[in-house]
Design a binder for this molecule. Structure first.
Ligand code: AMP
Length: 586
């Protein structure tokens, strides 16, 4: 068997190597199971070369003997001093490449001599040439260098469907690149690319870190000096809180013993909400979107010319980024191929194509459906209680866990009706209800009390749903089996869901500006309609086919009238429904 051509993503912060075998692209791991290798090179105090995690670990203690972000200097004539010797950027990069090559050889148990290496689309000829030289110094023939966005497009196999324009949004730890790629008949072309070499997840960490430092200074009168270990711990905890906030609405920050204040140990114990975090990073997110528009402009295209958005780089797991892109383009960006390693997987696919292999998909376990709940909110300008709130989006890799915060809608609310749906429609009642439960015995707090809903979906399709009253910890949990199988639409359940959702102890996903109409008379009509509709629901099953159809139509019509806040119409429809019930009972 010929040795494969490996694919390498030589990144600013991290690097990865992948190989294509048995019809698919696979990431290679080192002896400790790590696939994401920090792009860091160092010399330890014994003069030994360190690459990856070990070099990273010594950075805090020996920054002068550690080199990070060498990619930023590729193509320059800089000399880098390490352990008393001067190196070119190519040579430092070659240490990383050789490490990746050795990982591949150990994994594949054969000599590897050929590689495809990816470079940013904006790299100049000098930078590309330096990368090629780095490969050669590492003992690798660089059979091709491909642009990172091209590699991402290959990983997603988006070229198979005729001529397409793809936007590749790549937000890593320290860099942001956005490219427009045209794909047609195996020809892949980057037609525009822009970005900011100093914008990424590290900036997000800084913002959270600064928020914590400001809190310590202003509220606890405690100054943390840069360069101290307390400072480093705060930045580290900021990064892990950021990751938590990608999947959950709150992150707890707990760092014990940051120092002594007036002789007393000082602990940091604080909660950060996703809302606050999103405000902290808003200017960065805005900047990425401005650059997206610039790339489109440079390509001479509009948002409507883009058929697909691909997410690359670990920081694209930040939900506000996906949401903003979805708002601008009206489509859900794709992120199912692990954004940290998507480029390496695509590079290995390119290697396989050059080697003449067939079958190029990156296979991932994803959910084929979106799961979510319903909440009170605005839909088409009208308040309704069944706005669909997607929580686990279609194509999310599984297993996965996502939570969201909702708020009670009135004072002293004692219970809440939780409904879980499978589907994509913005009106939850058009989706398929797969679970429902009441959380009773809430603490009768003021309107706007937070309730956290958590969905955990595993690969076998079991969905665990937990609702927790944040202030008291009161929780209730249900398990839904076979969540990943297609469900039959059920008209009765459909009508019932609509009606129940209208009247049940609704939640809202936004408590900032909730002001539903509160006219007393209207409330009486709503309550009366509720009673009649509930009664009708109970009688649906036993009704003759014709009556049932009329009843469902009336229930839906009542719903529509309520939506329009047309209480005269509600009254007339409610009376018609009551008539049917009367004749059924006599
Ligand atoms: P990359 O350079 O592509 O490996 O991206 C690394 C960046 O992604 C770092 O700033 C990480 O903190 C960030 N990152 C990784 N996982 C997440 C996550 N779940 N949510 C937000 N950022 C993340």
């Amino acid at each position: 068997m010929n040795a494969p051509i490996i694919g390498i993503d030589l990144g600013t912060t991290n690097s990865e190597v992948a190989v294509f075998e048995n019809g698919r692209s696979r990431l290679i791991r080192d002896a400790s199971g790590r696939a994401i290798i920090p792009s860091v090179v160092g010399i330890d105090d014994q003069g030994r070369l360190l690459v990856g995690e070990s070099a990273m670990n010594q950075y805090i203690g020996r920054p002068e003997a550690t080199i990070r972000s060498i990619k930023r200097r590729m193509g320059s004539t800089d000399k880098i001093s390490l352990g008393g010797t001067e190196y070119t950027p190519q040579e430092i990069s070659a240490f990383i490449l050789r490490h990746l090559k050795e990982m591949a050889q150990a994994d594949l148990k054969m000599a590897i001599t050929k590689a495809v290496i990816t470079v940013p689309a904006y790299f100049s000829d000098a930078q590309r040439q330096a990368t090629r030289e780095a490969g050669e110094i590492a003992g690798l023939e660089v059979v091709r260098m491909i642009n990172e966005p091209t590699a991402a497009a290959l990983a997603y196999e988006v070229g198979q469907q005729g001529r397409r324009h793809i936007l590749v949004f790549d937000l890593g730890g320290g860099t942001f690149d956005v490219s427009v790629v045209r794909m047609e008949d195996e020809i892949v072309e980057v037609i525009a690319s822009t970005g900011n070499n100093h914008l990424g997840g590290d900036d997000f960490d800084q913002r959270i870190g600064q928020h914590l430092l400001d809190y310590l200074k202003e509220e606890r009168q405690f100054d943390v000096e840069p360069g101290t270990s307390a400072h480093a711990r705060i930045l580290r905890t900021a990064e892990s809180s950021k990751r938590t906030l990608s999947d959950h609405p709150f992150a707890k920050v707990a760092e014990e013993f940051l120092g002594l204040k007036d002789g007393v140990p000082l602990h940091l114990d604080r909660e950060i909400s996703r809302d606050d975090y999103e405000h902290m990073i808003a200017s960065y997110v805005d900047e990425t979107l401005d650059l997206v528009h610039k790339a489109l402009n440079d390509a001479g295209l509009n948002t409507s010319d883009i058929q697909e958005i691909l997410l690359v780089g670990g920081s694209t797991r930040t939900p506000i980024i996906k949401k903003r892109l979805e708002d601008v383009f009206g489509m859900v960006p794709r992120g199912e191929v692990d954004p940290d390693v998507c480029v390496a997987l695509g590079a290995a696919i390119q290697g396989a194509i050059i080697g003449g292999e067939k079958g190029t998909a990156v296979l991932v376990d994803v959910t084929p459906y979106t799961f979510g709940t319903s909440a009170l909110g605005m839909m088409n300008g009208i308040w309704t209680p069944f706005v669909y709130v997607p929580m686990i989006r279609r194509n999310t890799p599984i297993p996965t866990s996502k939570s969201e915060v909702f708020f009670t809608t009135y004072d002293d609310q004692e219970e809440v009706d939780v409904r879980i749906f499978q589907g994509e429609h913005q009106d939850a009642s058009f989706n398929i209800e797969i679970g429902q439960f009441m959380v009773e015995g809430l603490s009768r707090a003021e309107e706007g009390s937070p309730i956290i809903l958590k969905l955990d979906l595993d690969v076998s399709g079991v969905l665990h749903v937990t609702a927790i009253e944040k202030n008291t910890g009161l929780s209730k949990k249900i398990t839904i089996n076979n969540a990943l199988t297609a469900r039959e639409e059920n008209t009765l359940a459909h009508a019932r869901a609509r009606v129940d959702a209208m009247f049940g102890g609704a939640l809202t996903d936004d408590h900032s500006d909730l002001e539903a109409g509160e006219d007393g008379e209207d409330h009486t009509e709503i309550a009366t309609a509720k009673a009649v509709v509930e009664k009708a629901q109970g009688m649906l099953e036993g009704a003759a086919d014709e009556d049932r159809e009329d009843m469902i139509n009336l229930i839906e019509a009542i719903h529509d009238a309520l939506k329009k806040e047309d209480f005269k119409e509600v009254k007339s429809l409610r009376e018609q429904l009551a008539d049917i019930l009367f004749y059924m009972e006599t």
